[in-house]
Design a protein around this ligand. Structure first.
Ligand SMILES: Cc1ncc(COP(=O)(O)O)c(C=O)c1O
Length: 446
């Protein structure tokens, strides 16, 4: 049976729900990444490494709530923190001690976090990072990675898709690309050229040190060194977007792992323990310019924040519990995730090679993706290499649906492992990939 038909057969209640969903939400979804053809399945419950949908299908999950659930779905420590918070109150819009404790913990764990400002999403955090960089430096131009995704933030909603030279959406001013430009990830010569062209007005360079759209490829040390020294030389800021990599590739994020410290960092996902979150952290000298106590004229203020739900008590409680756990169990968590990540990348690559399917597994730590090159051997170490050299449609549709049919929920051909992924889960994922590789190879040959 065709893989789409098999999926449809196994997901009949989801199909009905999706029809209803489309009647009320455009495209049936509230985040474009939640859509895939023929229609997404609807979730019923999740625990540990497993999710169960409304049709009763169980999957090993690798999406893990957009890479949030580093301890697995529904961890006990978060449930307890929320139960306790529920007794204390839901939402106040007034300062409370847990918020300070949570910020202090971030200050302790993230090397660049001399000060912390909370918001509700990673999108908001990157928006404030850009605004603060412009306000602080008095300059306008922002350089971002070609293919880098920083949320729907209008300042950075350009250059995400090939050919990386336009806005992501109608409704964004075309002037945007006058002040936001792209540089090629891990390409020192190419990036230097653009940096020099913009040297007079450069406010900041923003990048993920481990790029989500780039197969979780890490930046090379030489590349980060170059960005650090060029931004210093030009009195511009270096911003790391660690919404995915923060507390994941190391407790102190990619900046701790690679040892090159930015001026500002954006955080999200894990930092909120599974609740809506964003945080902008960085050097005191820079963050302090946003303080309402600063004695400047009204029009010289830098406004970051607002947000009825910024530092919501549930998020603070869950975030505090999560970071506390990661700090206390650092010696167990990160070596475990590192080993499991290596195992899965090696295991999958072996399966694809053995079955003769041209596929490349990339990633770092607990993060991985699978790519399908159009032809031959390729080096995949950036969003542009992946988007130019591989069939992303095959990854997003065919590989995803076939893996679902074998009980594994992948995103971008992979995803993230958590403390809840057992050896048996890893074996099952690799076994499923072997079956899928066989099917895809057979289709290629027919
Ligand atoms: C690197 C990066 N930055 C920013 C964002 C935006 O975060 P949010 O979805 O919380 O707005 C994302 C979202 O996935 C992301 O991956």
């Amino acid at each position: 049976m065709n893989f789409f038909d098999l999926y449809r057969q196994k997901n009949q209640l989801s199909e009905k729900l999706f029809k209803r969903s489309k009647g009320v939400m455009p495209g049936g979804i509230s985040h474009n990444v939640h859509y895939f053809p023929p229609y997404p399945f609807f979730l019923k419950e999740a625990k540990g490494s497993k999710i169960r949908d409304v049709d009763g299908n169980e999957y090993i999950d690798l999406w893990m709530g957009h890479y949030t659930h580093i301890l697995g779905h529904h961890p006990e420590i978060i449930v307890e923190a929320i139960e306790q918070q529920l007794k204390e109150g839901i939402h106040w819009g007034i300062l409370f001690e847990k918020q300070v404790e949570w910020a202090e913990l971030i200050q302790k764990l993230i090397p660049s976090a001399e000060m912390v400002r909370f918001c509700c999403s990673g999108t908001e955090a990157t928006m404030y990072a850009v605004r603060l960089a412009r306000g602080f430096t008095g300059k306008k131009t922002i350089l971002k990675i070609a293919g880098g995704w920083h949320g729907a933030n209008p300042d950075l909603a350009m250059g995400v898709k090939l050919p990386y030279d336009r806005e992501e959406s109608l409704g964004l001013p075309p002037e945007l690309i006058q002040y936001t430009k792209t540089i090629p990830f891990n390409d020192i010569t190419g990036s230097l050229e653009t940096i020099h062209q913009n040297r007079e007005d450069l406010a900041a360079i923003i990048l993920e040190p481990v790029v989500g759209e780039g197969g979780f490829a890490p930046a090379s040390k030489e590349y980060l060194d170059m960005l650090r020294s060029e931004t210093e030389r030009l009195s511009a800021l270096l911003i790391y977007d660690e919404v995915i990599s923060g507390f994941r590739v190391a407790l102190g994020g990619a900046q701790e792992r690679f040892g090159i410290i930015p001026d500002l960092t954006t955080l999200g996902k894990i930092v909120g323990g599974g609740f809506p979150v964003g945080a902008l952290v960085g050097k005191k000298e820079i963050l302090e310019t946003t303080s309402p106590e600063r004695k400047v004229k009204k029009w010289e203020k830098i406004l970051i924040g607002g947000g009825t739900f910024s530092s919501h008590p549930f998020t603070a409680a869950a975030g505090l519990a999560m970071l506390g756990y990661l700090k206390d169990y650092e010696e167990e968590v990160y070596p475990f995730l590192e080993t499991k990540g290596e195992e899965i990348r090696r295991g999958l690559q072996e399966v694809f090679d053995r079955e003769g399917l041209n596929a490349v597994v990339t990633g770092i730590g607990s993060l991985f993706q699978t790519h399908f090159p159009f032809q031959g051997e390729v080096t995949l170490n950036s969003p542009h290499s992946i988007n130019q050299l591989t069939d992303t449609e095959k990854r997003e549709v065919e590989f995803r649906i076939r893996m679902l049919n074998h009980g594994v929920h992948v995103m971008h051909g992979g995803g993230s492992l958590s403390m809840a992924h057992s050896d048996e889960d890893i074996e099952r994922i690799i076994r499923a990939a072997r079956e899928v590789a066989k099917e895809m190879k057979m289709k290629e040959e027919n």
